[in-house]
Design a protein around this ligand. Structure first.
Ligand code: MG
Length: 297
């Protein structure tokens, strides 16, 4: 098997790290013998075709999806609807996508408190639905006047309490790094993982989004490996135009999938994308492509 130079260098770096002194954090972040990773596909509710939640679930189940990702806005009022629709099905709620009010790292106390209240409510719903976590972007560009140092300190101070609530209700916060056009504050998976490490709470984890990673990560493989056990969710789309995976020429996820395999990733890869073609055709084609690339990775 041909090993690329980038992969060789990354693996060598980990080999070296494992032999250095114990205070180096690498060994504990790369499981020695991880469970084999699994490809478990999920799809955002708004991406799946169908006129009702049940029609969407029927479609997703028929194409081998194991998860559905609802929007967090309004979810506290939809818990029963989801519980009922999911009864007797193999599919479950993978993660809950944001949908909260306010801004967690705003310089304005009122705006921050609004975010905390709103995130707590959605976390409770996410926990009731058995979601792996709730996705939280600390601030989009222009949403905070704080500099990065102050913003990071504030975030690390706020997360334990939210994480505690998440943990109590059986779920977790998932920090999502975005690309620089959307959020300079948090762009790379290793940075999100470092925040999780500093907070060190079971209710605080993070995720990666292949589409944002196209611009921000020099290596998908290294990004997922650096995230290690803090990585609990992944978003996927075509790499350039954020359409269905495979709809942009050269869409390739194998480098990242090799990283997911190395860390024994057990959670979901969830479709967050538009579609150039009819989703009833483009979704099954994307599933085929991802299964092929997973096998090859
Ligand atoms: Mg995303």
């Amino acid at each position: 098997m041909k090993t690329s130079r980038r992969r060789f260098l990354t693996l060598t770096a980990f080999g070296l790290a494992a032999t250095t002194s114990p205070e180096h954090a690498f060994p504990q972040r790369v499981p020695k013998s991880p469970q084999p990773a699994r490809l478990r596909l999920s799809c955002q509710e708004g991406v799946a075709p169908g006129r009702s939640l049940n029609e969407k679930l029927d479609f997703l189940e028929a194409h081998g999806f194991e998860g559905i990702e609802p929007w967090g806005g309004g979810l506290p009022g939809r818990v029963e609807e989801f519980q009922k629709a999911l009864q007797g099905r193999k599919i479950r709620v993978s993660a809950v996508c944001a949908g909260f009010e306010g801004v967690l790292i705003s310089e304005n106390e009122e705006v921050r408190q609004k975010a905390i209240r709103s995130i707590r409510e959605i976390l409770t719903a996410a926990g009731a639905l058995g979601a792996v976590g709730m996705i939280v972007v600390p601030a989009f560009n222009g949403q905070t006047k704080l500099g990065h140092v102050e913003a990071r300190e504030l975030l690390v101070r706020l997360l334990p309490e939210l994480g505690e609530h998440a943990h109590k209700v059986g779920t977790r916060i998932l920090l999502e790094p975005l690309n620089r056009r959307e959020a300079w504050f948090l762009r790379q998976l290793a940075d999100a993982a470092a925040i999780c490490r500093d907070v060190n709470h079971p209710g605080v984890a993070m995720m990666g989004d292949f589409w944002h990673m196209t611009w921000e990560e020099p290596s998908d493989f290294a990004a997922f490996v650096a995230a290690g056990p803090y990585l609990r969710h992944v978003h996927i789309a075509s790499r350039k135009e954020r359409k269905m995976p495979g709809e942009d020429p050269g869409d390739d996820y194998t480098d990242g999938m090799r990283g997911l395999k190395l860390i024994g990733y057990q959670d979901f890869i969830s479709f967050e994308c538009g579609s150039k073609g009819d989703p009833r055709r483009s979704i099954p084609e994307a599933v085929r492509l991802l299964r092929e690339q997973w096998e090859a990775a």
